[in-house]
Design a protein around this ligand. Structure first.
Ligand SMILES: *Cc1c(COP(=O)(O)O)cnc(C)c1O
Length: 395
């Protein structure tokens, strides 16, 4: 069974996880991460969403409207609400899955507190359009959500540097991982100091129970992604028995994980530090898989290829199929042939009942992506892409 994602966790990460504890391991990881992202500062959090919540507080934003994509990870508006603000959703553009920045401009009011610009699936947000917005509304800060893109580049400019701060997620589905975890990076010293101060005041230190849980989870993960075991894991997942691990949202609820206010553990920091060193190789692998798909799926009439963008980091390789029925058929056919295809992100946030349950007509492009996007695995480079293409040939 070829899994839809596979964290690049190897022996080095395992050894790192099991190494003796030290309190400065989180700082060491922050330093390494800020270097990788070419930013002056990085602050580690237990989840990306906790980072966003504390970032909004550190920026002094309260009772404001935060403009964010209708098509993004639902934990983003959750964090906005937990910060005492209100998300205002904007539909996608029809080119690259990202937010339509013209519509974002129209959504700005005197109550707007910030814009969250997301580079979804590794596609860099259009920085030319974003600069336009910034020139028109210089008082509105821009937060870069790089959880999918890491250091994606728009015409050579890394997206994470084009805002007041950037947000990263580090769970096992992300480009690099610290088991769980998140980072906020910035070049602004005042903001950095405030972020660190707030984090240390608001978060509990990581306790032994949490370290033990993270370690156990890692020891379970490591073998779980071997081919044979993954067949069982996939069955359990489809039966819903792994929901505690893989299901990260509930349509009707706006909530946070119970430990969202407990610091990142040093176990995670050591794994993240190790994993950060693999960054170049991981990105190269993903780009190679994407290149292979671009050149070998070209004749496939039943799928629409995503845009080819220089500087994209391909956290996901997303093709579009006809409709949600067609997608279910793809997923099933994939499983029959030993490949787990993905359907991320399979919702448009304003349509979720927790966010008002708006009709799909209101955010038509987000609705379309939510129903028709299908992901092909990209973690294993060209070799994997070749296998996947072989397996899906007849579908
Ligand atoms: C994963 C992700 C985050 C952060 O998620 P956490 O699970 O809280 O670490 C933020 N934005 C996007 C787009 C994401 O995919």
């Amino acid at each position: 069974m070829i899994p839809r994602l596979k964290p690049s966790i190897g022996k080095n990460e395992l050894i790192a996880a099991l190494s003796p504890s030290s309190r400065n391991h989180v700082e060491r990881f922050e330093l390494e991460f800020s270097r990788l992202m070419k930013q002056k500062y990085a602050v580690a959090f237990p989840y990306g969403r906790t980072g966003l919540l504390i970032l909004l507080k550190a920026m002094g934003i309260k009772d404001k409207e935060i403009i964010c994509p209708a098509y993004t990870c639902v934990v983003v508006p959750h964090a906005v609400i937990y910060s005492g603000n209100r998300p205002v959703f904007v539909d996608c553009n029809s080119k690259d899955f990202n937010m339509n920045l013209e519509l974002a401009g129209k959504a700005i009011t005197k109550n707007t507190g910030a814009i969250i610009a997301t580079s979804l699936f590794g596609y860099p947000v259009n920085l030319d359009q974003l600069d336009n917005l910034r020139r028109r509304y210089p008082h509105i800060p821009i937060i870069q959500d790089c959880a999918h893109s890491f250091a994606a580049e728009w015409h050579g400019s890394p997206v994470q540097k084009e805002g007041i701060a950037a947000l990263f997620g580090l769970n096992i589905s992300k480009i690099i991982t610290s088991i769980y975890g998140g980072m906020v990076t910035t070049d602004d010293e005042q903001l950095f100091l405030k972020l660190k101060q707030l984090r240390n005041n608001m978060l509990e230190p990581a306790n032994w129970g949490k370290k033990f849980k993270r370690l156990t989870y890692l020891l379970f993960l490591y073998p779980a992604f071997s081919r044979l075991i993954y067949i069982t894991v996939n069955h359990l997942e489809r039966m819903g028995l792994l929901n505690a691990f893989v299901k990260y949202y509930d349509d009707n609820k706006i909530d946070m994980p119970i430990d969202y206010l407990e610091q990142m553990t040093d176990v995670e920091a050591r794994v993240g530090y190790r994993n950060t060193k693999r960054y170049q190789q991981i990105i190269e692998n993903r780009r190679a898989a994407a290149r292979y798909y671009f050149s070998h799926l070209i004749d496939k009439k039943s799928v629409r290829l995503p845009p080819k963008v220089q500087g994209a980091t391909y956290s996901h390789f997303v093709v579009l199929v006809n409709d949600s029925h067609d997608r279910s058929r793809w997923l099933q056919e994939g499983l029959r042939r030993g490949i787990q295809l993905g359907q991320l992100i399979e919702y448009s946030i304003p349509e979720m009942s927790a966010y008002g349950g708006h009709a799909s007509k209101k955010f038509p492009i987000a609705a379309k992506y939510s129903q028709t996007s299908l992901n092909l695995p990209v973690w294993g480079g060209e070799n994997l892409a070749e296998k996947v293409c072989e397996k899906i040939r007849g579908i």
